[in-house]
Design a protein around this ligand. Sequence first.
Ligand SMILES: *Cc1c(COP(=O)(O)O)cnc(C)c1O
Length: 373
Amino acid sequence: MNERIFLSAPHMGGEEVEFIQHAFNENWIAPLGPNVNGFEADIQEYNNIPYAAALSSGTAAIHLALILLGVKNDDVVMASSFTFSATINPIVYQQAEPVLIDSEKETWNMDPVLLEKAIKEYMAKGKKPKAIIFVHLYGMPGKIEEVKAISEKYEIPLIEDAAEALGAKLNDKPLGTFGDFGVYSFNGNKIITTSGGGALVSQNKDWIDKARFLATQARDAAPYYQHSEIGYNYRMSNIAAGIGRGQMKVLDKWVENRRANHDFYFKELNPVGFEFLKEPKGAYSNRWLTCVLFNENLSNNPEDLRQELEKFNIETRPLWKPMHLQPIFKDCKAYLSGVSEELFERGLCLPSSSSLTNEQKSMVVEKIKNFLK
Ligand SMILES: *Cc1c(COP(=O)(O)O)cnc(C)c1O
């Protein structure tokens, strides 16, 4: 049997171990240390944003953003429904109410028209939303400029969940830098990894200073341990940040590799009945995962293909199951267009690792074509 072909595998560039070795030599094995500062500087420079806090996960970054915006019990937060649960969970950590907004067809991300409708309805009820969490799914820039305009018009702060979108841009501006806060993830399956980690970015120095303070147990400036606020253990370790520093050096290359995966699949599979997500004008996707949609005239379905490929040790996955269909969020208010449900039914994510070889890609395509016969 061939080696397993993963959906999205960690891919080291080579320099990661040097940063870790340096941390070992200096005995910087604690959270905090020069790699953490260096990694934050790398993130700031790459995304052209002045402040970044390196954290233990993308989920922690979203949670801290909500805390910094003062989201608390009974507040309303509008969020993308077509996403991973980590976008929504932190709203519930704060005992606030998620309101789920469906996608538009062009980019598969939050529909600005539905968002504005939802905001108006809630404001009419005297319930102004406390925040918007907008997701760029699969690294594809969504209609963030429209959503930013809505956020400004109604004065509702905007959190950009760019967990899957590091390296992607809209009109040359990095995703994650449009909102009041941006969030990145360095989980093992993301475009680059620290084996687990995240970052919160902002133009606002006070917010990022406060995020670092809350992420290290909210310790007051005293010689003993004194606390005037509830804190969290959300900081990234100096070892994880060492991996991150090495990964930043190869990020652009890994984006190119993932875009090449997409282009290869498109060339081979579009003619045989699969649809792909197109980049709108001005959009530069990192193509974190390449997803295909089954045409109506294909007699097979995505789940049959997934099981067939599994026989050849090839990992694929359905698209994200929308949050309004999740047992845990089914009672949340949702503004629906039908788009995300259709994507969930018709779609499949193909192996998209930046380390994928040409032989592996050819094998995936061959097995798919055989399956259709
Ligand atoms: C991965 C992911 C997160 C959470 O990041 P973690 O680092 O795994 O906590 C949040 N939102 C989206 C859209 C993600 O894909």
